[in-house]
Design a protein around this ligand. Structure first.
Ligand code: ADP
Ligand code: ZN
Length: 613
């Protein structure tokens, strides 16, 4: 990279030098300056072989018999010089203004026009290179795609991708099409052109695309959608063109565009000047997709987690005609992914991957890979030869909540407050039946949080949640604030609950406006307004599409729901104040309380979870 920059600057300096050198020393010697009288004498004495009159008629330059050139300003005496030249039969040339300016003049004009532009481009190039984000391109390569290319085989195969079996079956077909296109063409079928991988980040979309290239043994061109989006109109389109040109030369091959939604967002979202550029880029992409007829052997794989914001034109048959959905892995998927990444890591006997999989609902493949890697790092730090279950548990918590900040000193009062806050969450969690089970409470600060209460969601819920579940979620989230309120008084509670309160606001809002769980709308949802330009069509947080009166009634309803939940939560904590105090004391003493201890505490204080609370 460094060398490249040096190379670029040499080019720029050379160009500047080429422009400037003619200005500094003229290749033709400057004529000798004479006075008017001196010039007349020279001509009169027969010392001139030819003469040149400038366009404005004010200057005469003669070439003498000695091959020297002489020039003089003649001003109003021009007619007399003319006469004299005629008399001496000296051939006279009259210059046109352009000639008069000469090469130097033209260069000068070019320089004044282009040098500033040139410098601006050079500086932008330098700036972008310095920023590193733009991949360090010089202004000369703006239209180039700078895709990352793996020329022969990515070395990744389907066996490196765990779980995602349905996706593999679909992609198997793409591999066949790349390896043996005649299988398709002989029966008149069109070779797939575009495959859209849809799924949350870290679920292995890139990995799958690489595996397709690896299985088929073809080159792999990869680029992020954001790399097409530039501030200058036309650059993105040029990059798309360049990428496809290179790919066609290397066909059969795979083009992979990550985050394709940043190029393929719906057109006409009316966003100032970036819009033109965006449309041009998208149009170019569509053109290229249509352009490679069924047999060029270039297959485009796009990845996104926002298929809803994609322009409909992209999804039309013949473009991204296949969509493959990749979800977060289920327990078996997680166990398989863990097995893939456990290769090469010596695990202690107490490590059971299936159990780890059970403990990590909601983790993506990337998260799981990260867990095992962190665990190995922790083991290495301890200087032990095997990765223990303790290492893995610590790594899971790290991945979920960031590293523990053991070194941070917290005042006793602060500790007491955090302990009561977390104890409030945990106790309400214990009291709410049907809500996720409390796994662990801790007042060790991590990341941004002063303390944390872990809940394990029910794996079998399939994303379907009842109204009762959400009401309990609201109470559990309010538990921290309620405990602070109860123990430290109506002036003593802190801003520590702000994340909790945001979650509450979101759940309540969606209950009342989206999920038909409120009384104002009944079993109905508000139509979502199609706002949100950059975020695409947002869900749940868009402006409301209703009359101000209805909006006010909904606001009131949401407010009442939260108030009622807060009161209920405070009541529950008051009722179980002895358990709250005991749990807070345990936390202050031990910092972390796990599930078994929590259940023992529940027994001791006769806490019975009930649906009603
Ligand atoms: P995406 O493109 O969906 O954001 P990636 O393909 O970049 O996700 O995944 C990041 C990393 O996570 C991969 O390099 C791999 O190590 C790991 N990973 C994700 N999903 C899987 C999987 N199904 N099997 C094995 N490893 C996976
Ligand atoms: Zn909290």
């Amino acid at each position: 990279m460094k060398n490249n920059h040096v190379g670029r600057w040499i080019i720029i300096l050379t160009l500047v030098a080429l422009f400037w050198i003619p200005l500094m020393g003229s290749p033709q010697k400057r004529p000798v300056q004479l006075t008017y009288d001196g010039l007349v004498q020279k001509i009169d004495g027969g010392g001139a072989v030819r003469a040149v009159v400038s366009a404005d008629g004010q200057t005469v330059t003669i070439t003498g018999t000695d091959h020297e050139r002489y020039t003089a300003h003649i001003g109003p005496q021009a007619p007399r010089i003319q006469e004299l030249l005629d008399k001496k039969k000296v051939p006279v040339e009259y210059r046109s203004p352009a000639q008069d300016m000469g090469i130097l003049g033209i260069i000068q004009i070019l320089m004044t026009l282009f040098l500033p532009l040139f410098l601006i481009f050079a500086f932008i190039g330098l700036f972008r290179a310095g920023r590193g984000g733009g991949g360090g391109q010089s202004p000369f390569s703006w239209g180039r795609s700078n895709a990352r290319v793996v020329v022969q085989g990515t070395g990744v195969t389907f066996s490196d991708v765990a779980g995602a079996d349905e996706a593999k079956v679909e992609l198997e077909e793409v591999v066949t099409a790349l390896k043996d296109p005649s299988r398709f063409t002989s029966v008149g079928a069109l070779i797939p052109r575009g495959v859209l991988l849809v799924g949350p980040p870290g679920t292995g979309k890139t990995l799958l695309a690489r595996a397709v290239a690896g299985e088929a043994g073809v080159p792999f061109f990869s680029m992020a959608g954001t790399q097409f989006v530039e501030m200058f109109v036309g650059v993105g389109a040029a990059r798309v063109r360049d990428l496809f040109r290179k790919a066609k030369e290397a066909a059969p091959c795979i083009i992979f565009i990550d985050e394709i939604d940043s190029v393929g967002r719906q057109r006409g979202n009316g966003l100032g000047n970036g819009n033109d550029e965006h449309e041009q880029t998208l149009n170019q992409l569509l053109t290229e997709l249509d352009g490679f007829a069924g047999n060029t052997g270039v297959i485009l794989i796009g990845a996104t987690n926002r298929p809803d914001v994609l322009d409909a034109a992209l999804l039309r048959p013949g473009r991204f005609d296949r969509q493959v959905v990749i979800d977060l892995p289920d327990i078996n998927g997680r166990s398989a992914i863990l097995a893939v990444h456990a290769k090469g890591k010596p695990l202690a006997n107490d490590v059971d991957l299936q159990r780890i999989a059970r403990r990590t609902p909601g983790f993506s493949g990337a998260d799981l890979a990260n867990v095992l890697n962190e665990a190995a790092i922790l083991a290495a730090r301890e200087g032990v030869a095997q990765v223990s279950i303790a290492n893995i548990n610590a790594a899971i918590e790290r991945v979920v909540a960031g590293a523990e900040k053991k070194g941070r000193v917290i005042g006793t009062e602060q500790r007491r407050l955090v302990a009561y806050h977390e104890a409030g969450h945990a106790l309400i969690g214990l009291l709410c039946q049907g809500y996720d089970s409390v796994e662990k409470v801790s007042i060790v600060p991590r990341g941004m949080a002063a303390g944390l209460t872990w809940f394990a969601p029910d794996e079998n819920a399939l994303g379907l949640r009842s109204k009762g579940y959400y009401l309990q979620e609201i109470r559990v989230a309010l538990g921290g604030r309620a405990a602070e309120y109860l123990v430290f008084g109506s002036d003593g509670f802190t801003n520590g609950a702000s994340n909790d309160l945001q979650r509450v606001a979101e759940v309540v809002h969606r209950m009342c406006t989206e999920w038909g769980m409120g009384d104002v709308l009944g079993h109905a949802a508000l139509r979502q307004s199609q706002g949100g330009i950059f975020l695409g069509r947002r869900i749940g947080s868009g402006e409301m599409n209703c009359s101000p009166e209805l909006a006010a009634r909904l606001d009131d309803e949401e407010r009442e729901l939260v108030d009622a939940a807060f009161e209920k939560t405070c009541g529950l904590l008051e009722q179980h104040r002895d358990a709250l105090d005991a749990l807070a004391a345990m936390l202050i003493e031990r910092e972390t309380v796990d599930r078994d201890e929590l259940l023992a505490l529940a027994d001791q204080f006769h806490i019975r979870s009930s649906r009603e609370g």
